[in-house]
Design a protein around this ligand. Structure first.
Ligand code: GLN
Length: 225
């Protein structure tokens, strides 16, 4: 079987575990919480949950996990949701030098709390490419969510595949989103690059387990020998 880890330092890690356990991959996957480099070493894939990205990064540093996580990303599948998505970004707009440790791994630039401080949270129905039963929209739960500002893959990086966008008529108004085109990178709320997955919303906070099924089916099992 394949062991999927959930980084369990802070944030919505328990909800990811609950959702993964509902999937019918039961005999193929087992799920563990990751708090140490030894926990991580057992995993074939990892989920980094939503929460507070600066706190998760600080706790990862204290646990001696920053370098093991960076090495893990080079070889294994990782899915970051919300704060986890921020940690996977190549750079974060406005982050002070040395102020926020990132893991990198996905060639995007991102803005924290990018929908503006008035917009604490919102929900939107999303059309998701490749999701099982994809005619049925997936409810995106956005909580102080980051915004993808640009896709910046170099020629050597795997291409980026957009998995879901927010329809422009549903975009909350903010400095980052006034008058933007439907294909603007800032409408991208789920994307894949190689074996990695990034969502700016929280699939683990809905009862719908299709996004977790997608991650296991598309990003984990095909790469697990
Ligand atoms: N705003 C948080 C951060 O910057 C992310 C919010 C979330 O994960 N729900 O880390």
């Amino acid at each position: 079987g394949v062991t999927i880890g959930i980084l369990a330092l802070q944030g919505a890690f328990a909800e990811h575990q609950t959702t993964l356990k509902k999937l019918s991959f039961e005999r193929k996957i087992s799920v563990v919480q990751v708090r140490t480099p030894e926990d991580l070493a057992r995993c074939a894939a990892l989920i980094i949950p939503g929460g507070e990205s600066t706190t998760i990064a600080l706790l990862a540093k204290l646990a001696g996990l920053l370098e093991p996580l960076r090495a893990f990303l080079k070889e294994k599948s990782v899915w970051g949701t919300c704060a986890g998505a921020i940690l996977l970004a190549q750079s974060v707009e406005g982050a002070k030098k040395g102020g926020q440790e990132l893991l990198g791994g996905i060639s995007v630039t991102i803005a924290r709390n990018g929908w503006g401080s008035q917009v604490e949270s919102f929900e939107a129905p999303l059309q998701v490419q490749g999701l099982r039963d994809s005619d049925r929209p997936f409810t995106g739960v956005f909580i102080r969510a980051p915004v993808v500002l640009s896709l910046v893959p170099s020629a050597l990086d795997p291409p980026i595949q957009v998995v879901a966008r927010l329809p422009v008529d549903l975009l909350p108004r903010s400095d980052h989103t006034s008058s933007i085109a439907p294909d603007d990178p800032r409408t991208v709320v789920a994307l894949r690059q190689g074996r990695h997955l990034l969502t700016t919303f929280h699939p683990e906070l809905t009862k719908d387990s299709r996004f977790h099924e997608y991650f296991v089916r598309e990003c984990v099992l095909p790469y697990a020998a």
